[in-house]
Design a protein around this ligand. Structure first.
Ligand code: ZN
Length: 140
């Protein structure tokens, strides 16, 4: 996917209103989880309506950070029966073990942290969830 260089705002239509901003910190409120702040973000934002987009690199950073944040909380409340091994996830999703690790790291497969290891959450281990990532469109 190529980075898009915004000039006019695609949300409110303001001409030439999009500005690149870096070093941003954004607070996220994932439903059912404590809020989390992610720093070091960059993207393009509208000077008129405040809406905007993160860069692709920042989107990946956000997905990864949110997944790890939620994993920390899920480790406290998800029971062992809901947690699978990486091998089980690979079989269920028809991908490699390496693919499962990559998806968890990128936040595309939900997991818990157990003794420093990422373990997949069973209910998300379906091929249908394979492309699902955290919402990264943002409002200001
Ligand atoms: Zn706008």
């Amino acid at each position: 996917m190529r980075e898009r260089n915004w000039t006019d705002c695609p949300c409110c239509g303001a001409k030439g209103a999009m500005r690149r901003q870096s070093g941003q910190t954004e607070r996220f409120n994932p439903a059912g989880y404590a809020p989390v702040e992610v720093d070091g973000l960059d993207g393009s934002f509208c000077t008129s309506c405040g809406d905007g987009f993160w860069s692709l690199k920042s989107e990946r950073r956000i997905s990864s950070a949110l997944a790890e944040h939620m994993a920390g909380q899920d480790s406290q409340r998800i029971v062992a029966a809901e947690i699978a091994s990486v091998k089980e996830a690979a079989d269920a999703m028809h991908i490699t073990v390496q693919g499962v690790h990559k998806m968890m790291k990128e936040g595309r497969l939900r997991y818990v942290l157990a003794a420093g290891h990422r373990l997949p959450i069973r209910m998300y281990m379906t091929p249908a969830h394979a492309g699902e990532a955290a919402a990264t469109h943002t409002g200001r």
